[in-house]
Design a binder for this molecule. Structure first.
Ligand SMILES: NC(=O)c1ccc[n+]([C@@H]2O[C@H](COP(=O)([O-])OP(=O)(O)OC[C@H]3O[C@@H](n4cnc5c(N)ncnc54)[C@H](O)[C@@H]3O)[C@@H](O)[C@H]2O)c1
Length: 262
């Protein structure tokens, strides 16, 4: 077998459909590129139509297959419509990535009810809803599915200035393990991927010069990640072959951030 054939057998996603919620964003966009590059049809899901259509154009320009579905990740009706759309198109949901996220650098005593609700609504409730709605569709179809929840290094020992965001991500890790346990014998694998620091829209306000200096000092590789450096992790977790015995795990891709103290 040639190395190209071997890699295709291990990581190829030909004939499969990947739903990327938050595929409109910086990291989500790179997940779409990776999954389409491995052969999947990608459904880019989000609420920023301009970014969604642009991602489809980029995937198609690279020779991949993609479409955009406009949907708020916190809307059960929206997610129901997404599943109805997949059903009508005769597609299963082989891969689901929960990659929508919002953040805010508010100090603890100033966190308002609105902000608390807004962050938990997208980062936690949205993940739970998509797992329920799309996961139920996977179960109904008997799909050998892979759910990938995007957590963060902030889910571990506390990271300053992202209080609500961090606890939402910690809860996502617990949800991931619990659901992995629940569906382990039903053919659905559930894992988390935790990126380190990657400049994006949601963390623009958090990455002040003094913070960037701190991050670099605490990152053995002493640099930010670039979104395409998450592709290998996404393909491993998504692949029904390479990732077949992987469930309930949290894959950290962070330049060594969580592997050091001082
Ligand atoms: N960038 C990083 O350093 C980093 C680190 C760890 C984890 N993450 C996580 O990675 C994921 C992607 O974030 P990113 O850094 O690419 O940020 P981003 O702001 O570029 O992308 C987030 C996307 O989520 C979408 N979104 C927000 N609320 C939504 C909703 N209610 N419905 C549908 N879409 C919604 C936004 O429109 C945007 O396209 C997030 O879960 C984030 O928490 C990012």
């Amino acid at each position: 077998m040639s190395s190209a054939d071997y890699l295709k057998r291990m990581f190829g996603l030909d004939g499969l459909t990947a739903v990327v919620i938050g595929g409109t964003g910086t990291l989500g966009g790179s997940f779409c590129d990776a999954l389409a590059g491995a052969g999947a049809h990608v459904v880019v899901v989000g609420r920023n139509d301009e970014h969604g259509h642009e991602r489809v154009r980029l995937v198609q320009a690279a020779g991949g297959s993609a479409e955009y579905f406009s949907c708020d990740a916190t809307s059960r009706d929206g997610l129901d419509s997404l599943v109805a759309h997949l059903r009508a198109a005769g597609r299963e949901a082989n891969v689901l990535i929960n990659g929508a996220g919002v953040n805010s650098p508010t100090p603890f005593l100033e966190i308002s009810e609105d902000e608390w609700d807004r962050i938990l609504n997208v980062n936690l409730r949205g993940v739970r809803l998509a797992c329920q709605v799309v996961g139920k569709y996977m179960l109904e179809k008997g799909t050998k599915g892979s759910i990938i929840n995007i957590a963060s290094v902030s889910a571990g020992p506390p990271l300053s200035r992202v209080f609500t965001y961090s606890l939402s991500k910690a809860a996502v890790l617990n949800l991931t393990q619990n659901l992995a346990r629940e569906w382990a014998t039903k053919g659905i694998r559930v894992n988390a991927l935790s990126p380190g620091f990657f400049p994006a829209e949601q963390n623009r306000k958090v990455l002040t010069p003094d913070r960037v200096e701190n991050i670099m000092r605490h990152t053995p590789m002493a640099r930010f990640g670039s979104p395409e450096e998450l592709a290998g992790g996404i393909l491993l977790l998504a692949s029904p072959t390479a990732g077949s015995f992987l469930t309930g795990q949290n894959l950290l891709i962070d330049g060594g951030f969580t592997a050091m103290t001082i």
